[in-house]
Design a protein around this ligand. Structure first.
Ligand code: BLA
Length: 522
């Protein structure tokens, strides 16, 4: 795998971004041996950052003027392996209010990252390289943000509110809620921006824009600040960690220099500063809160902490909305079950009972058609292709040989021959029944032709210049339209949950009727 900074576009998927070996200059990094807390490695700017002269290596934390050593004296928790802790202190000469972000990197030691704490979000100036305006009270803004998050009743409203709150709290020019789909492509799902800026709302960006390694890192390190795309990386000294003899693992560092490839990408996008917060839902990276600024921009640790908290609140509400949708789907599946048993007690035929009211069968799964294939018999409801085609779908399901559930929004992408039936069966959600080979209940949805707007040509994520060495992430972000055909609306978790329930219920009925028949036969 390529080392940090040596990746090109052929191997950037594997760039070791956690071994950056350098930091951004708005803070300073110290690595201490434990338990002595003697400094063994630091960023080259550390002494200057603290207003000290001479080499810091070999000094104890207590040698640094101020309260750093005492403030973190009791921080030794095991949890520091997983998550940095922010501690307020005064450090340097003269002592200045600082935030110390401390954690335990793999390989041991205590890693301390210092940054100024007496500032609020803003554009650094020559006089005060990391200072925005004086510190303001975050409390009321956070309270208002929480109120609006709790009040939002749809996913769209919720994401709008979070984008608005993050923009109020941080002051970035643009704040986006960026949502991933199943294939890892992203969509700008909500956006708040400075008037006059081009809207990105609705734009899609291909999965290749964010390598897998970075995605996995962002599941652990939930917030990343880039103060100035044009920054000069500050190297660590010595460059290998004396504790391991290897490169320092900076996975959980807040000051880590981002990959030069990503810097180039932002440069091409004409963005000057970013803040990105992971949105984790059910243990997975659901999306990102992505903030852009068109000037260098610093946001202090406490404000970033508020953003992380809002992202947690957002994730909790997303889960609640998803659970609600599933509960609704379950309810309508139960309604179908109720009706089915009612009819069954009159008619004595479960297939007739199941298909007695098409709407009750289709609604729980939000489908437009349904088919049951069992014992070579086909029963249908709603909008469906010919019986011949239904059998062909059942045959395809047989060939796949998947137990339980099959879900696709594009049947014809799975098998080209199904292109002729996209008008009724572009999407298929199928359950296999009662361990009977060849027995399926499945729901169908028609093709939904729609135009997707990409932020740049997704087929050209990479730009090649005249010089072969001149490879760059895509340079043009001009809108690029793609007409998506042969695809249905996607099946949601709630649709799938309802299908599962109905499948189980029908399977039970089949098994019961079989055992009744066996009793009669004997
Ligand atoms: C990282 N790329 C990223 C990140 C985003 C994007 C959000 C995460 C940055 C962070 O969390 O700080 C992409 N940014 C976007 C998109 C939008 C945006 C889509 O604002 C839309 C509005 N990038 C490429 C290609 C490569 C690449 C082709 O486009 C490599 C071949 C690499 N992207 C790349 C790398 C990182 C990255 C290496 C990790 C940066 C890091 O954390 O060091």
């Amino acid at each position: 795998a390529p080392r940090f900074g040596t990746a090109d576009l052929s191997n950037c998927e594997r760039e070791q971004i956690q071994f950056a070996g350098s930091i951004q200059p708005h803070g300073a990094l110290l690595l201490c041996r434990e338990p002595s807390r003697v400094i063994v490695q630091h960023s080259e700017n550390a002494a200057g950052f603290l207003g000290l002269t001479g080499d810091l290596t070999g000094l104890g934390l207590t040698d640094i003027p101020g309260t750093l050593a005492s403030a973190i004296a009791r921080e030794s928790s095991e949890a520091l392996h997983i998550r940095p802790v922010a501690v307020r202190c005064e450090a340097g000469s003269p002592p200045r209010p600082m935030t110390a972000l401390i954690h335990r990197p793999p390989g041991g030691g205590l890693l301390i990252e210092l940054e100024p704490a007496d500032v609020q979000a803003g554009t650094p100036t020559a006089e005060s390289p990391t200072v925005g305006a004086p510190k303001a009270d975050l409390g009321p803004a956070i309270e208002a943000a929480l109120q609006s998050v709790l009040g939002a009743t749809s996913l769209n409203a919720l994401c709008d509110e979070v984008a608005r709150s993050v923009r109020t709290i941080t002051g970035y020019d643009r704040v986006m809620i960026y949502r991933f789909d199943d294939e890892g492509h992203g969509e700008v799902f909500a956006e708040q921006r400075e008037p006059g800026l081009e809207p990105y709302l609705g734009n899609r960006y291909p999965a290749s824009d964010i390598p897998q390694i970075a995605r996995r890192l962002y599941e652990r390190n939930r917030i990343r600040l880039l103060v100035d795309v044009g920054f000069q990386p500050v190297p660590l000294t010595p460059n290998l960690s004396p504790l391991t003899g290897a490169e320092l693992d900076m996975s959980l560092c807040g000051l880590r220099s981002p990959s030069p490839l990503h810097i180039q990408y932002l440069h091409n996008m004409e963005v000057r500063a970013t803040l990105v917060v992971s949105i984790m839902v059910g243990g997975q990276l659901w999306g990102l809160i992505s903030c852009h600024h068109y000037q260098p921009y610093f946001v202090p640790a406490m404000t970033r902490c508020a953003c992380e908290f809002l992202s947690e609140a957002l994730a909790t509400r997303i889960t609640a909305l998803e659970n609600f949708a599933e509960a609704q789907a379950e309810l309508s599946a139960r309604r179908l079950e109720h009706r089915m048993f009612e009819v069954l007690s009159r008619e004595g035929n479960w297939k007739v009972a199941l298909f007695d009211n098409a709407q009750l069968l289709l609604a729980p799964v939000r489908a437009s058609g349904a088919a049951l294939v069992i014992d070579d018999e086909v029963t249908v409801a709603g909008d469906v292709p010919s019986t011949h085609d239904i059998r062909a779908i059942a045959h395809w399901l047989d060939e796949r040989g998947e137990e339980g559930l099959t879900v696709t929004a594009s049947l014809s992408r799975q098998r080209g021959a199904f292109e002729s039936i996209v008008a009724s069966a572009s999407g298929v959600l199928a359950v296999s029944l009662a361990e009977s080979p060849g027995a399926y209940l499945f729901w169908m949805r028609p093709e939904q032709v729609r135009t997707v707007t990409w932020g740049g040509d997704p087929t050209k994520p990479v730009a090649v210049g005249d010089d072969p060495a001149d490879l760059s992430p895509r340079r043009s972000f001009a809108k690029w339209h793609e007409v998506m055909r042969r695809q249905s609306a996607p099946w949601s978790k709630a649709d799938i949950a309802a299908a599962r329930l109905i499948g189980a219920m029908v399977s039970d009925v089949i098994l019961q009727s079989r055992s009744v028949r066996m009793l009669i036969a004997h």
